[in-house]
Design a protein around this ligand. Sequence first.
Ligand code: RUQ
Ligand code: CUA
Length: 622
Amino acid sequence: MKKWIPIASGLLAGFVAATISFADFSKSTNTEVASSSTKSAAEKVYVPFGEKDDYYLFASGGHSGQMFIYGVPSMRHIRTVPVFSPDSATGYGFDEHSKEMMGGYTWGDLHHPAFSETNGDYDGKYMFATDVGNSRAAVMNLETFTVKDIIEVPNTSGPHCAAFVTENTEYMFLPTRFAVPLGSEYKSLDEYSEQYRGVMSAVTFDQNSEKLNIAYQVALPPWSYDLSDAGKKISKDWAVLTTYNTEEATTNLEINASQADRDFIVLFNWKELEQMVKDGKYEDVGGQKMIFPEKQKGVIYLIPVAKSPHGVDVTPDGKHFIASGKLAPAMTVFSFEKAFEAVEKGDFAGERNGIPIIKYESVMEREVNPENALGPLHTQFDDKGMAYTTMFISSEVVKWDPNTGETLDRVPVQYSPGHSVAAEGDTVAPDGQWLIALNKIAKDSYLSVGPSHPESMQLIDISGKMKVIQSSPVNPEPHYAQMIKADKIKTIEVYPKNEKNELATYKQEDAKIVRNRNKVDVYGIAMRSKFIFDAKAKRPDVIEVNEGDEVTIHLTNIDFDEDITHGFAINSYDLNIEVQPGQTNTIKFTADKAGTFPLYCTNFCSALHQEMTGYFLVKPKN
Ligand code: RUQ
Ligand code: CUA
């Protein structure tokens, strides 16, 4: 079976052919799906009104910059949480805190969400995600499902190869997709190999301050880093990442980055990197602690792997890591123990860019190549340690045994799955039962909405023979997802009163407007069903300023009642924020337009919501 030629043009042809063949494929498989939608399948996904789903699904929203929250098994979309893009539904990106976090960017490309972990298990406290579009990392608090911090990562460009956290959330590693010169300064592409680097950042998170921080960076060779995973149990101090374009091509990557028969997996020990930083074995690069692997040896290694690999996934027992090749139809199982042994014995086959290469034969356990399965991308695991790999080209999920390489089961999905996600899939103890295929193409699965179709997520029951039992459309674009037991997440009902917060106003009679030259500070209240900006004024729900004034509005929602959210918008001023129950939020702007502007609550909050209005009056300058 070599009809799928493992060269770049072969890949392209394969992708195109796969797309064309969907039309016929769908005819047969849709009937199959339909017949599996028998009562028992329907019953399995039916969550009666009043009952809740068993799992939360956090799906990456790709270039929407958002995260989509679903319930499993119903596959109902519950909420969209804005992360890297502004969102008028929640006023995200308008209020001061979120505006500052956005750092002036107006979009993001959210890949690979990851839960915080304790002892290798999801602890339900935080969710991390990265932005490939504008090189950022974010953290979401799961008590409120709101973003707490976003950082921009210097010296790197597009942290696609992230976020994967270590067993106790000590670090999340952000290797770059695009190599750039250190400091991202101008350097000719003719000097690519000498001047460009593929920097990996080690990011820490402080739960008390809820802030992200870059602990150190590693100046890896100028290759593209694709996916990574942190070790578990016996391999917990280690992490692995896949590379492509080790050819160091600077143009037409489709062909030029697919020349070499082998690329590499980078294997490193983060405990020892941490020690290097403590020992001062780094250089200062633009304020970052940069480790150069060609100078600081003994911590980072290369393992050859079939050309242009994509996913790499560590087994739940931490003993193996499995690389999948988008240009080679095989999954390769590697042994951590053998890798440690090779490192110990110095069993190397030369080096690349000053980094020792471990001999392939010394660490490879088996190459697995299920018949006619094409385009393996990512692998997940069940409660018995069995592997489930998505096949992009042959549009299926293949279940196989990593210990023997035996193919156990296969199920077609509609179509071209990228990632899949298993229940509690990245933990040391996945749940089994559910797997969701995140399909890049949903062709003719739903009512047409024009030439561009939604993507899809298909729920697969893996408790017996694999069966697709539910399908949900999803906005672009699910890159990865995380599925967590619902009872692990403990949300709060209202924001607790914080008497120490000087910006909060909890008593109606305290609402006031403070003027200091051209600065106007409003300490206002939102409640059912009115605004109070100035308790003593003739019209407490009116804000009057002069043209050019700098206006700051601190608004507190004093309805300490679950789900009573108020919005605040000023007509034609392009402003809109939200205050959740008990929350105080701040918005700052210049009153640069004179005139009369009605203001109103955007969130339907009571029978008299329509009456929750006021005026923003701006007196002209002269
Ligand atoms: S990648 S479809 Cu952005 Cu996770 Cu593999
Ligand atoms: Cu408050 Cu509508």
